[in-house]
Ligand binder design. Structure first.
Ligand code: FPP
Length: 247
């Protein structure tokens, strides 16, 4: 196997965190214990991402579909999120981590929104490393929101009707100011994309690991990054075009 090449290091890694429930079930614990441990993993992996050299880490924490889970579980997840934000603010500031979100965060409980807005404002000045939480996020919802906003911009004369380009539409996605993910990881052995960054991940490399999210470690993140560095990204070109620079 060729060694990892530093110039192929991913800028942006995104993780579909999965397996909290199974982790708890294997131990005879309630599902919420899995989520609680999952929050610890969020802390550790956020730090690991920075130490390993990522510039952006996105974590899929709550999908638009997750509202359909039992109300107790939804309530517990929102409680954990609020607790996490309160507890992490000092760490974000100490470690110079910028927090961002993607998703319909205005539909989250008021307490969560309050802590989110506060943390985002307090960390907005940091530029080296960004943690993006996908909250009440779904890619199809994002596209619908972007299409609505794009149409409004056309009606207001800020976009030209009849023209279309990816660059123009991209400005209306939640991620307009973020680089596309280079690497998308899913834990717990599932090999689905589950409505996550469908457009932004168009050229991403995927790594699927059987490790359940509460057990996911810095070594697992490093292994996924190493796997990424061994792959050849071609963006529709031939292998020769990618490996032999044009004269
Ligand atoms: C998937 O496991 C995980 C989730 C739906 C939520 C992820 C949430 C956390 C890690 C904790 C809260 C996050 C933050 C940022 C504080 P699952 O419940 O679908 O697991 P299963 O497939 O084994 O049932």
């Amino acid at each position: 196997m060729p060694p990892p090449s530093p110039d192929k290091f991913p800028t942006h890694a995104a993780i579909i965190m999965d397996g909290n429930g199974r982790w708890a079930k294997q131990r005879g614990l309630p599902r919420i214990e899995g989520h609680r441990r999952g929050v610890e993993t969020v802390r550790q992996v956020t730090e690991a991402g920075r130490e390993l050299g990522l510039r952006t880490l996105t974590l899929y924490a709550f999908s638009v579909e997750n509202w359909k889970r039992p109300p107790d579980e939804v309530g517990a997840l929102m409680g954990l999120l609020e607790f996490y934000l309160q507890k992490e603010l000092n760490t974000f500031i100490k470690n110079r981590i910028r927090l961002r979100t993607i998703g319909r965060t205005h539909e989250l409980p008021a307490g969560v929104q309050k802590h989110l807005n506060h943390t985002i404002a307090e960390t907005a000045r940091f530029t080296d490393y960004t943690l993006v939480l996908a909250l009440n996020y779904g890619s199809r919802t994002e596209v619908a929101d972007a299409a609505r906003d794009y149409a409004a911009a056309v009606a207001a004369g800020r976009e030209t009707a009849g023209e279309s380009s990816w660059a123009a539409f991209n400005r209306y996605l939640y991620t307009s100011d973020l680089p596309d993910p280079d690497l998308i990881i899913r834990t717990s052995g599932e090999t689905r994309i589950s409505n996550f960054m469908l457009l932004q991940g168009a050229y991403a490399e995927f790594v699927f690991t059987p490790v359940l999210w509460p057990d996911f470690s810095k070594a697992d993140l490093a292994a996924a990054i190493a796997e990424y560095t061994r792959r050849e990204r071609r963006y529709g070109l031939t292998s020769e075009q990618v490996t032999t620079p044009a004269k």
